[in-house]
Ligand binder design. Structure first.
Ligand SMILES: [Zn+2]
Ligand SMILES: [Zn+2]
Length: 554
C-alpha cells in the first residue's frame, strides 16, 4: 500500500495554548506516529469555575500508543510541556528534549508531590535524533525562553519544518539568535511543509529585540528613587538576566519572590544560563536593605491571585511591602483573559501611591513570537511547498495564511484540531478526523470537559441550591416538618418575606395535594417537590436554583 505522511493537531489550533501535534508515516491502515509538544491551556475563571488548567484529550493517542514512536519537545513553556506530568502515564512514550527544557520539567516534577518519574532523552541544543522513521533535527530559534527550537522532521516523503515558537532577534539576551544559516540550508534541501507559529501574525513589522528591552529596563531601574520591583514570566531567563544586570549596575541587591521564579533561577544556574550573574539575596534581607539598594523580582505578571505580586498588592506578604514612591515594572503583557486580574493588581498598587510602569508607555516587554516581516523572512529562507498555520486563534491563522499566499507559497491551508491533513502525496488535504477535546484539571482530578461537573458548578454559581429533606410514613403522610436549607439563595424577597418559608409552604402543600397512592412513591414525591420549589422561588426571584430533595420513608 502507498505510503502517506500526515499531520494532525490534537490541540493548539484555533486557540492559544494546549499545543499537541502528531505526524504519521505509513499506509492508510497503519502509521507510526511522532508527537510534538504536550502543553496545557489556561482556563478563564468565569467560564470554568474552579479550574485553571485545560489539557488536550489524548484518547486517540492512547489507542495508538503502540504505534507512537516518541514525543519531541520544542521548548519549555507550559503551553508545550505543561500536560506531560498528567498525560505521560497514559502513554509511557519516550520523550526527547534539550537540557534546559528537561531540567525545567524535572524541577517541576520534583516540586509536585506524587508526580510520576518520567524518563527524558536529552538532545543537545541544535542536535539531531532519530525517532522511529522520523529524523528530527533541532534548529535553534530565538523566543522568550532558552533553547526554543524549530524541528526539521525529515521523512522519505519529504521534510516538514515545525517552527515551534520563535521570533527573529539579532541580539537575544540569552542563547543564540534564530539559526538563519541552518534554516536556509534546510530550504535548499527542499521543504515540503512549514507548520508554523501564528500568534503575532496580525501585527506588522518586526518585534523589538530583547536587548532593547534590557536597555530600557536598565534606565528605569537606575532612575527609580526608592524600591523597585520587576515582574515578568518566570521562564524568561533572558529577561531575568537583564534585570539582574541592571540591578548590579546601580548597586541594588536582587531578592527573588515567588516559587516559580526561584525554581527557574535555580534551573538557569544549573544549566549555565546564569553564568556570571551575581548571587541573589534571601527574602529575609529585603526589609533590612535601604530602599534604593534593593530590587524584588516577583512572580505574578499575569495577575495570578496566589502569586507574590498579588499578595504584595493586597499587603498580605509577610516579608515584602511597597509604599508611596516605590516603582513596580510590569515587564510583561497579560495573556488574553487575564487583563482584569492584572489591572486589579495595578489599581491596588496605584491606590497605595506606588508608581506602576507597563509596556503601554515604556519598552519593558516584547513578545517572543514573529510579526509579519519576520514570518515573511522565515518563508523566504525555508521556501516550503505547503504552509499550514498553527499556534493561534482563527484570526491569527487566517492572517498567517494570507501572508503566505501573498508572498507566493504554492499551497496554503488552515485546519482545525482533530483534522488529519495528508501532506504527501498530493497534499495538503483533509483525509480524516480523529477525536479531540479537552480535559479540565480540577484539583488533582482530570475531568472530561463534556462531563456535567463544570456546567453544574456554573449553575450553582449562578443560582445556588436548595436542599429539602422529607420523612414520609408508609401511608404517605409527613412524619415531621421538612428540613430545608438554602445555599447561595437570597434570604428574603423584595417585600421582605422569607424565601425559606415560601419554600416550606411549597413543599408542604405539594405533598398534601398529591394523591395518596402517588405519595407512596418516593421518586415521584421528590420530582414534584423539586419542581414546585424551583417555580415558587423563580416567581419571587426570577432565577431557578438547583433543588435536591431527599425522601425518607419511615
Ligand atoms: Zn507556545
Ligand atoms: Zn513558547
Amino acid at each position: 500500500m502507498a505510503q502517506e505522511l500526515v499531520f494532525a493537531p490534537l490541540g493548539g489550533v484555533g486557540e492559544i495554548g494546549m499545543n499537541l501535534s502528531i505526524y504519521g508515516l505509513g499506509d492508510e491502515r497503519r502509521k507510526t506516529w511522532l508527537a510534538v509538544d504536550c502543553g496545557i491551556g489556561f482556563a478563564v475563571e468565569e467560564h470554568v469555575p474552579g479550574v485553571d488548567v485545560v489539557l488536550p484529550d489524548i484518547r486517540y493517542l492512547v489507542e495508538e500508543r503502540h504505534n507512537l514512536a516518541g514525543l519531541v519537545i520544542t521548548h519549555g513553556h507550559e503551553d508545550h510541556i505543561g500536560a506531560i506530568m498528567d498525560l505521560w502515564p497514559r502513554l509511557k512514550v519516550p520523550i526527547y528534549a534539550t537540557p534546559f527544557t528537561a531540567a525545567l520539567l524535572e524541577a517541576k516534577l520534583a516540586g509536585e508531590g506524587g508526580a510520576p518519574e518520567i524518563p527524558v532523552t536529552i538532545v543537545p541544543a541544535g542536535g539531531r535524533v532519530t525517532v522511529g522513521p522520523f529524523d528530527v533535527e533541532y534548529i535553534a530559534v530565538a523566543h522568550s525562553i532558552p533553547e526554543s527550537h524549530a524541528l526539521a522532521i525529515r521523512t522519505p516523503l519529504g521534510t516538514v519544518l515545525h517552527t515551534g515558537d520563535w521570533k527573529i532577534d539579532p541580539a537575544p539576551v540569552v542563547g543564540p539568535p534564530t539559526d538563519e544559516a541552518k534554516l536556509r540550508a534546510v530550504g535548499d534541501e527542499g521543504v515540503l511543509a512549514l507548520i508554523g507559529d501564528s500568534t503575532n501574525a496580525v501585527r506588522d513589522g518586526r518585534s523589538p529585540s530583547e536587548t532593547d528591552v534590557a536597555k530600557s529596563l536598565a534606565e528605569l531601574i537606575k532612575a527609580a528613587p526608592a524600591r523597585v520591583a520587576v515582574t515578568t514570566f518566570a521562564s524568561n531567563v533572558g529577561r531575568l538576566r537583564a534585570v539582574a544586570d541592571a540591578a548590579r549596575a546601580c548597586g541594588r541587591e536582587v531578592v527573588v519572590v515567588g516559587r516559580a521564579m526561584e525554581r527557574i533561577v535555580q534551573v538557569a544556574r544549573e544549566t549555565g544560563y546564569f553564568e556570571g550573574v551575581q548571587d541573589f539575596r534571601s527574602i529575609e534581607t529585603y526589609g533590612y536593605l535601604p530602599p534604593d539598594k534593593v530590587l524584588a523580582l516577583c512572580t505574578g505578571s499575569q495577575g495570578e491571585p496566589r502569586s507574590a505580586l498579588s499578595r504584595i498588592a493586597r499587603d498580605e506578604h509577610p516579608e515584602i511591602s511597597f509604599n508611596r514612591g516605590d516603582r513596580v515594572i510590569f515587564s510583561s503583557r497579560p495573556i488574553p483573559g487575564n487583563e482584569k486580574a492584572v489591572s486589579s493588581i495595578i489599581n491596588s498598587l496605584v491606590v497605595r501611591g506606588v508608581e506602576v510602569i507597563t509596556d503601554r508607555t515604556h519598552l519593558v516587554h516584547v513578545s517572543g513570537h514573529p510579526r509579519q516581516a519576520e514570518l515573511e523572512e522565515m518563508l523566504r529562507w525555508v521556501r516550503p511547498q505547503i504552509v499550514l498555520p498553527v499556534h493561534g486563534e482563527a484570526l491569527h491563522m487566517a492572517e498567517h495564511a494570507a501572508l503566505a499566499r501573498r508572498i507566493g507559497v504554492p499551497k496554503v491551508m488552515t485546519c482545525q484540531d482533530g483534522d488529519v491533513v495528508q501532506l504527501a502525496p498530493d497534499g495538503p488535504r483533509i483525509v480524516d478526523e480523529v477525536p479531540t477535546g479537552r480535559f479540565y484539571k480540577d484539583g488533582r482530578i482530570l475531568v472530561d470537559a463534556q462531563a456535567r461537573t463544570i456546567p453544574d458548578r456554573r449553575r450553582l454559581g449562578f443560582a445556588g441550591v436548595i436542599s429539602v429533606a422529607l420523612a414520609l410514613s408508609e401511608q404517605g403522610l409527613l412524619v415531621t416538618d421538612p428540613e430545608i436549607e438554602l445555599t447561595g439563595v437570597p434570604e428574603t424577597n423584595d417585600r421582605g418575606e422569607s424565601l425559606a418559608e415560601i419554600v416550606y409552604d411549597a413543599v408542604v402543600s405539594t405533598v398534601e395535594d398529591m394523591p395518596r397512592n402517588r405519595r407512596r412513591d418516593p421518586d415521584a414525591v421528590a420530582e414534584s417537590v423539586s419542581r414546585a420549589v424551583r417555580s415558587s422561588v423563580a416567581r419571587e426571584w426570577n432565577k431557578k436554583p438547583m433543588c435536591h430533595v431527599l425522601v425518607l420513608t419511615v
